[in-house]
Every structure is written in C-alpha cells, then in structure tokens.
Ligand binder design. Structure first.
Ligand code: FAD
Length: 553
C-alpha cells in the first residue's frame, strides 16, 4: 500500500549533478603509500594490503563504520539482579570491524612475522583499514603497542604474547588463558594528572604472593572491554607499571569498575571509560619505580599510530573531496576543473602525501630499530616526536577544508565528513598533547644529541636536490641552537616540514615535491595561511589525479 502511494506521487524533479556514492574502490590504490611500502622493505605484503584496500573501500565496510558510530557502545554496570558486571555492549558492526583488523594482523603482525619490513606491512594495513572507522583502531593499536613494554616481564610475555599476537578476535570477559586471542589497553591518565603522570595517586601494595593490589582510579581508559591493561600506580619504590587482567585466572572478575563512558566529540564507535580500581590484582612489569620508562615503550608505539591514523584521515578527506569535485559541476565546469578548487584539492593532496611518506618512513625506522639499528632508533626518537606534533596539528584544518569541498553536502552526517572532522583533533591530544609532543622533541634534541645527528643525516641525504629544501635545512641548523622551551612548537614544526620535504624530494612525485617545496619550505615560501594558496604554475592536475579514486567495475 505504502509503495503504491509512493509510485502515485507525481515526480517533482529529476536528481542530477550529484556524485555517485564512493563505494567499491581500492583504498590501497594509493601511489605514495605503495611506493613507501616497497621502499621501506615490505613489498612482500602488497597482495594482502591490496585485499584489505578493496575491503576498506567496499560499501560493506562503509556501512560497518557508519553503524558502529551511529550505535555507540553502551555501559552495563549491573545485571538485572543488581550484581556488578561492568560490561560494554557494542553494535555487531563494531565486532565485524574488529574481526577484520585482527584477522589481518593489524594488532600484531610484527610479533609473529620475522621478515624485515613487518612493522611497515602492519603500518600500511592499519593506514588502509582505518578508512572504514577510526574508533576501533584504538584497541588494535594498543594491542600492537603493549608487547615491547610487556617484555620487561619475560614470564608474563611468555604467557600472554602468543595470545596477544593470535589472529582471532575473541570478544568477552573470560579468563585470559581460556581465550583464543587477547586485546590490551593502557590506563595512565587520572583526574589530577594526565600529561603529568607522576602526579598519579593510584596505590599498589604487594599482595604477598608476588602480585600487587591496586586501589585508585583512572580518568580515561579506552577500550575497557580489553583483556589486559598496562596500568601505572604508586608502589613503595615509586611510580611503577603493572599488567592488570579484567578476569582473574580463577574466572572471577577483577576489581576494575567501569564508572561511566565518556560522551566524546568523536571516536564514538570506541568506548572510553572512567575506571575505579577496587583492590584489583595486577602483576609488576619492569622494576618498581621505573613505571614511566616501562610504559613509554608502549606509548612510543601508539604515537606512531597517531601519525598513521592522521595520514588515514587526511587521505580519506582528500579522496572524498576529489571524488565529489570530479563529478559535481558548478558554473559550467566540473569543480575539479575550476582553477581555484584545483588549488584547494592539490594543497590538501600535498599535505596528505607528505604525511603518508613521513608515517611510513617512521614505520620503517621502527622496523629497523627493532632489529638493532641504533642510527634508525636515534632518528625515530626525534622524527616521531616532531611528526606526531606537526601532522596531528594539521589534521583538523585539513578535515575542515576537505569537508568544505563538498559544500553543504559535506556538513551533512551521511557524507562521512562530519565523522572525519570530529575525529581529527584526537590524535593531537592523546599520547602526548601538542605542547607535550613538542617539548618531548626538544628534550630529545637537547639531551640526546645523537638523535639530532641522525635526524640531520636523514635530511642531508636530500642535499642539493632542491634549493628551497636546502634553504630550509640551513635555517633549521641555526634555529636548533636556541632550544628555548617557548620555541618548542616552532622548532618541531620546522623540523617536521624539513623531514617531509626531504622525503618528498627524494621519493615523491615531482609535481607534489615541487609544490610542497615552493609553498612550505625555503626563504621565499609562497603560501598563504589557508589551504588552496599554492602559487600559479603548480601542476595541480597531476597532483589531484593521484588522489581521485577510481570506482571498480
Ligand atoms: C578519547 C580519549 C581517549 C583516551 N584514552 C586514554 C587511555 O586509554 N588511557 C589513558 O591513560 N589515557 C587516555 N586518554 C587521556 C589522554 O592521554 C590525556 O587526555 C592526554 O594525555 C592529556 O592529559 P590531560 O587530559 O590530563 O591534560 P593535561 O595534562 O592537563 O594538559 C592540558 C594541556 O596542557 C598542555 N601541557 C601539559 N603540560 C605542559 C607543559 N609542561 N607546558 C606546556 N603545556 C603543557 C597539554 O599539551 C594540554 O594542551 C584519552 C583521552 C581522550 C580524549
């Protein structure tokens, strides 16, 4: 009956000049990513990344992402009889996203795969699959990141690493040893101290059997349905790192109470909880008093994922924008052919490619550092801090501009742009907010001179290839001699730009490298403060075509 009424309605207009839905494209058909994948030693992973790319660009994955965000997790503190259960319920789409991520080893490939390039392969997969939804990448990232810190307790690592690395997504609160695969989280931030974790007040007291009892709270603990958490607490020897299971070996629930879930700006598919530890059992990881040193190994891995996730967001934004502009006509021409829109799109594409190159170069450094390359470890220390600062800082403006390319459609939820925009500030906040990341870079610069040597050695490999880059590097060498605290952002930005420029000049597409250098580097950099201010003569057509998705037939 309803159908009859619908067909009886007179047609008021024809729908035209709207782009086709962007579904059925290959996210991994990304030339900057693919070149970097091969260059950084993971060409062997290309087929798997391609498979993930086609899935990430499918209508199915987009629908999972939409549903997981439109039906955010719900906290169930008690069962109907009043017993505490502290469980979080997720939409089935969340579980589909998690299943794909775990099946493709995005949480663990390098801990199972001994081939050189394993961290790069994982990074590329993480970058590609994150297009479907950013929120579920949080537990995936933390599970990847926990292993180096956990190895400070070899017997715990022996017990749990095989399960953390298993390619089985096994949701639910059961004793870790009985599960087919485990997920990990991180619990540092308290009400009175986030960046300043030494202000933590959660207490840890020896239980007498080698374990500890933790009492206190955490203000942010994401993915609280994980199996194991790295937690900071004050022991008699000082701030220490502990591994805390949600379910104890005897099957009973540990004293980890979920008080509330945060009502967040974005990242809505993922749960982030306020937690209380009520005499929760935990095992020491590393030595008492060395908690920061231990957990920083986990943080350092998740910082890489902040950069990768930002690169994903930028690539998604420019892809959606370029797709729209390729199909929408205004004032007699396709938007993509309007010179000023081409300028905006090219500027967004340049930023995206520069971030992708830096992210995968850092993944390569992670891989080589993990295999004992000290020069790469020193390079990574400083390069990651400056890139975490700058790339993440660029994300919100990038998302806003990409959104605007769709005009009013971009402001509407179903375009996917509002989700991208809400997510954009997050990577700059967690794992070291902007100032903290910039100050961390300054600390490396001043206290670990070998990191500056390795960083400049990387830049020097591009010497002589581009006048603007040479100028930027020469200026940077002078600037770093004044590492005053209030200059930390300025220096981090200059270093990150020089690194992106050096990578593009050596490895990037010539039009992208040239436009980056002319706009962002050199004494006479010709660039306004908004995107879309590249100088005349820029080869915008070549640049934009690299970002325009091709729908698979
Ligand atoms: C969605 C979400 C999920 C999260 N999940 C987790 C989680 O799973 N586990 C966890 O432990 N934490 C988590 N966090 C917490 C997050 O890591 C912290 O919010 C972050 O580290 C900043 O700490 P803070 O909020 O206490 O801010 P503060 O430390 O109070 O910082 C406030 C501001 O001051 C600046 N600042 C701090 N120190 C200095 C300084 N010396 N000089 C200049 N400026 C400074 C910071 O850059 C920031 O801009 C999450 C946060 C969010 C938003």
């Amino acid at each position: 009956m309803a159908q009859e009424q619908e067909s009886d309605m007179p047609s008021t207009h024809e729908v035209f000049n709207q782009p086709p839905a962007l579904a059925g494209y290959d996210v991994a058909a990304d030339p900057a990513m693919l070149d970097a994948l091969r260059r950084e030693g993971a060409g062997w992973a290309e087929d798997g990344i391609g498979e993930l790319g086609r899935l990430a660009g499918s209508a199915q994955a987009a629908e999972w992402g939409r549903q997981a965000n439109e039906h955010p997790p719900v906290l169930r503190t008690h069962d109907r009889f009043g017993h505490r259960i502290d469980e979080v319920e997720f939409h089935p789409a969340w579980h589909e996203l998690m299943t794909v991520a775990v099946r493709h080893g995005l949480h663990a490939t390098p801990w199972r795969e001994t081939r050189p390039g394993a961290h790069v392969a994982r990074a590329a997969g993480f970058y590609v699959w994150g297009t479907a939804d950013a929120g579920h990448c949080c537990p995936i990232s933390m599970t990847y990141a926990v292993v180096p810190a956990l190895r400070h307790a070899p017997e715990l690592a022996d017990r749990f690493e095989p399960l953390l690395a298993a390619r089985e997504y096994d949701f639910g609160l059961r004793t870790p040893g009985s599960k087919r695969g485990l997920l990990a989280g991180m619990s540092m931030t308290e009400k009175q101290g986030g960046s300043d974790i030494r202000a933590n007040t959660t207490r840890a007291v020896p239980a007498g059997d080698g374990s500890y009892v933790l009492t206190g709270h955490k203000w942010f603990t994401s993915a609280p349905m994980g199996d194991l958490f790295m937690v900071l607490a004050q022991a008699s020897g000082g701030l220490s790192c502990f591994l805390l299971p949600r379910v104890l070996p005897d099957g009973s629930r540990n004293g980890m109470r979920l008080q509330r879930l945060k009502d967040k700006l974005g990242n809505r598919s993922n749960a982030s909880a306020e937690v209380e530890y009520d005499e929760a059992a935990a095992w020491l990881v590393g030595e008492e008093g060395r908690g920061v040193r231990t957990i920083i190994e986990m943080v350092n891995m998740t910082r890489l994922d902040c950069v990768l996730g930002t690169a994903t967001g930028m690539r998604t934004g420019i892809t959606l924008a370029a797709h729209h502009a390729a199909h929408r006509t205004a004032f007699g021409r396709k938007l993509a052919d309007q010179p000023l829109m081409a300028n905006v799109l090219a500027d967004l594409a340049i930023e995206s490619e520069a971030t992708t190159l830096a992210a995968l170069r850092l993944a390569g450094a992670t891989d080589r550092a993990a295999r004992g390359d000290e020069q790469e470890a020193a390079f990574r220390r400083l390069a990651l801090a400056v890139t975490k600062y700058w790339a993440c800082k660029r994300a919100p403006a990038h998302a806003a501009e990409a959104l605007e390319c769709l005009g009013g459609n971009g402001y509407v939820e179903e375009s996917g742009m509002p989700r991208l925009y809400r997510e954009a500030p997050l990577s700059s906040i967690w794992e070291g907010s902007g100032n903290v990341a910039a100050l961390d870079a300054l600390r490396a610069l001043t206290r670990q001179p070998e990191t500056a040597d390795a960083f400049f050695a990387e830049l020097d490999q591009a010497a002589g290839a581009d006048r603007r880059l040479d100028q930027a590097i020469a200026r940077l060498r002078k600037e770093v001699s004044d590492p005053a605290e209030e200059r930390a952002r300025y220096l981090a930005e200059a270093m990150a730009l020089a690194l992106q420029g050096a990578l593009l000049v050596r490895h990037g597409h010539p039009a992208v490298a040239d436009a980056f250098a002319v706009s962002r580097l050199g004494d006479d950099a010709a660039w306004g403060r908004a995107y879309g201010t590249l100088p005349s003569g820029t080869d915008t057509a070549s640049i934009v075509s690299r970002a325009t998705p091709k729908i698979l037939s």
